[in-house]
Design a protein around this ligand. Structure first.
Ligand code: AMP
Ligand code: GLY
Length: 424
């Protein structure tokens, strides 16, 4: 089978690397891809907003499965357009992709299905939002409704800060994404991520992970897309995972299906482990980045066959997705300045980073005159696996230290929660 993989980041490099190991793969194409993905796939240039062009490409190249990495094309309805032409697509249609595309949509769905999550109010004007603040106590959680590249959430300590943030949001700080704002109750607890694959009817767990959102060591500094992750997240015990499936993921899939918008793809549930049990913070309609990198490292299945089974409604054939029991850990190397204004064009030499079994996934890289350079933001994901989190961390940083990337930086404490727990 030929596969088209859409996307260009570290998540997609990890998917490409795993798809390339699938016995059922004939040829992998990637649009637009990156220099790491180019080692596994033929890169093609496609205008993803031009659905007819993508469809035409799939028909020309006899594509048996389209795997959509990022959320934007899904929220834009690329899945609908390709499915309408009879193509097999891994990734939801536009309507169910609202799970990620609209925070209000997800909150309403949780309410209809009785899914545990923070109490909330949807507001569509500054007056309405300011008035609604009175129904909450600090800290105030304010969310732009639409896609805002992970930046649309403000946690305000005081009422003044909250009012200022609301004024910015309704003033156009996040463009259209902020035309509506969801105000939520603050939930205290530890965060963890839970993944599940579904064909719209059958749902199977697909591993757990913990991300590190702040840019600096010790979880300090501004939020980023994620500076590193590890899997599994033992804080999500088997029992908690069963509870998450039963109380959160299964009712979500069943409700979407019953309401005529079956969800096909991966559900990425961001959870808060509160004293009252796990509660949903948010859904993403795609794999996490960099969580995908650690999941792919652990996955012990033919990924192409598994994703095709989702796309074709045959997921029941897979009772489970087997993962290796080891811990995988990935360290993000970013360009200095990230998440503000990252330096572009810095040179990278990977050296012997992969010599001891670590895998370096490319995120923001390009080839310039035969040299590998950073294109900004998150640049490399250095990923290692070992029987313990402590050993996985040591291996990943040994590989990081073998890389020469003077304009880059990384956190030095990825995995700290679990390493500390292990230390006891
Ligand atoms: P989101 O984009 O919805 O995942 O929110 C980004 C981050 O804000 C989450 O990873 C949490 O750290 C935090 N957050 C979001 N909603 C809440 C909430 N209701 N209570 C506490 N923290 C939250
Ligand atoms: N690492 C967080 C995300 O992919 O949204």
């Amino acid at each position: 089978m030929n596969i088209l993989l859409i996307g260009a980041g570290g998540r997609e490099h990890a998917l490409a690397w795993k798809l390339a190991q699938s016995p059922t793969l004939t040829k992998l194409y990637s649009a637009p891809g990156n220099p790491g993905i180019a080692e596994e796939a033929e890169l093609v240039t496609l205008d993803l907003a031009d659905h007819a062009a993508v469809r035409g490409f799939c028909q020309d190249k006899d594509i048996g499965l389209v795997v959509v990495g990022p959320e934007a094309p899904l929220v834009d309805g690329l899945g609908d357009s390709l499915r309408a032409a009879g193509l097999a697509v891994f990734g939801p249609d536009k309507a169910p992709a609202q799970l990620e595309g609209s925070k209000g949509f997800t909150k309403d769905l949780c309410e209809r299905a009785g899914i545990p999550t923070a109490g909330y109010v949807r507001t569509s004007s500054l007056e309405q939002a300011t008035e609604a603040l009175g129904r909450f106590t600090p800290p105030y959680v304010l969310k732009a409704d639409g896609l805002a590249a992970g930046k649309g959430v403000v946690i305000a300590e005081t009422r003044d800060e909250a009012e200022a943030a609301l004024a910015d949001m309704f003033g156009g700080q996040f463009g259209e994404a902020g035309a509506e704002v969801v105000i939520e109750e603050f939930m205290a607890g530890e965060e963890a991520s839970f993944f599940a694959l579904t064909d719209g009817t059958t749902v199977i767990p697909f591993g757990t992970a913990q991300d590190h959102k702040r840019v600096g060591d010790g979880d300090t500094g501004p939020n980023t897309g994620g500076m590193g992750a590890y899997s599994p997240a033992p804080v999500l015990t088997k029992e908690l995972q069963r509870q998450v499936m039963r109380e959160i993921v299964e009712p979500t899939v069943a409700t979407l299906r019953a309401e005529g918008m079956p969800y096909v793809g991966v559900l990425y549930a961001g959870l808060m482990l509160t004293s009252e049990g796990p509660k949903l913070i948010e859904y993403n309609a795609r794999f996490g980045d960099p969580e995908c990198q650690v999941l792919m490292k652990r996955l012990d299945e033919d990924l192409a066959a598994l994703l095709l089974a989702c796309a074709e409604g045959r997921l029941a054939e897979f009772g489970e997705a087997k993962m290796l029991p080891e811990t995988a850990l990935t360290v993000v190397m970013a360009a200095k300045g990230y998440p503000g204004t990252p330096e572009k064009g810095g040179s990278i030499e990977l050296g012997s980073a992969e010599a001891e079994g670590a895998k370096v996934f490319h995120a923001g890289t390009a080839m310039q005159d035969g040299r590998l350079v950073a294109t900004g933001g998150r640049v490399l994901n250095v990923t290692a696996m070992a029987p313990s989190v402590t050993e996985a961390q040591r291996k990943a940083y040994a590989a990081v230290d073998a890389i020469t990337f003077p304009s880059g930086f990384c956190r030095r404490d990825i995995g700290w929660r679990e390493v500390e727990r292990k230390r006891g």
